[in-house]
Design a protein around this ligand. Structure first.
Ligand code: ADP
Ligand code: MG
Length: 251
């Protein structure tokens, strides 16, 4: 298989309100690969995810982020998203007053437009979204509710996956996609992710638990601490962490 570099992060330093959160992080992800990122609470995992997606609250003070050979460090989030970066938030936001189906259609069509493809009218979009929502075992009524409003934790996570399944992703960053999911939902979502996976895209999975990685086998597991990657192992690393805690890394 011919692997292309999808994401390269060089010596990244990130501040928020003058406080250093990411300090000297390096990461390289090739097409077809799944990388898991683990690490204690507060080690900077969600910050890393948001910085890759271009969240405006974080300032990159040093280093750069390369997507498919292009430096995207200073690009706007919508441009990064159009280029195939997808972020499923640890805490998905609620958008009162906007139905899920309108939101998804607008997002879908704005991507189609950016990529010079034809947009879908509401009826054609309805057919598409209905197929997707059935595949991830969500009730169609969720399409008519406001985005994430009153959704349970697990339903919000499924909604993130529904979004992802609509877009032509290059790099999906899933921040604790397993939290709040019961075992059936976890299996279902894992299957879905495995189906979306191909040799041209890549996944970054942020998780605390081995159980997600039983269903989606990562090529690498990185451990973050104080804003950098302090250890990189294979898919057995999660087992060791589960057994011995993060301290095994220092032994
Ligand atoms: P993780 O996802 O690994 O648990 P985070 O990336 O959420 O960690 O947070 C890393 C550190 O940055 C934590 O100490 C957190 O309190 C701090 N941090 C993150 N976002 C902000 C913010 N908006 N304001 C102040 N501190 C923040
Ligand atoms: Mg987090």
């Amino acid at each position: 298989m011919n692997k292309n570099n999808i994401l390269k992060i060089n010596n990244l330093h990130v501040n928020i309100d003058q406080k250093s959160i990411i300090a000297g992080l390096n990461l390289s992800v090739n097409s077809g690969e799944i990388h898991a990122i683990m690490g204690k609470n507060g080690s900077g995992k969600s910050t890393l995810a948001k910085v890759i997606a271009g969240h405006p609250n974080y300032t990159v003070t040093k280093g750069n982020i390369i997507l498919n050979g292009e430096d995207i460090t200073t690009q706007e989030p919508d441009e990064r998203s159009h280029k195939g970066i997808f972020l499923a938030f640890q805490y998905p936001v609620e958008i009162p007053g906007v139905t899920n189906s309108d939101f998804l259609r607008l997002a879908y069509n704005s991507k189609q437009k950016y990529n010079e493809k034809s947009e879908l009218d509401p009826l054609s979009f309805f057919e598409l979204i209905n197929t997707k929502i059935t595949q991830i075992d969500m009730k169609p009524t969720f399409l008519y509710r406001n985005v994430n409003e009153g959704f349970s934790g697990g339903e919000k996570k499924k909604n993130e996956i529904l979004q992802m399944s609509l877009f032509n992703i290059k790099l999906a960053i899933l921040d604790e996609i397993d939290s709040g999911l019961d075992i059936d939902a976890l299996k279902n979502i894992s299957n879905h992710i495995n189906n979306i996976r191909n040799t041209n895209n890549a996944f970054l999975l942020i998780t605390h638990y081995q159980r997600l990685l039983d269903y989606i086998i990562p090529d690498y597991i990185h451990v973050m601490d104080h804003g950098k990657i302090i250890y990189t192992g294979d898919n057995k690393t999660a087992n060791q962490i589960e057994q011995y805690g993060y301290d095994f890394i220092n032994q």
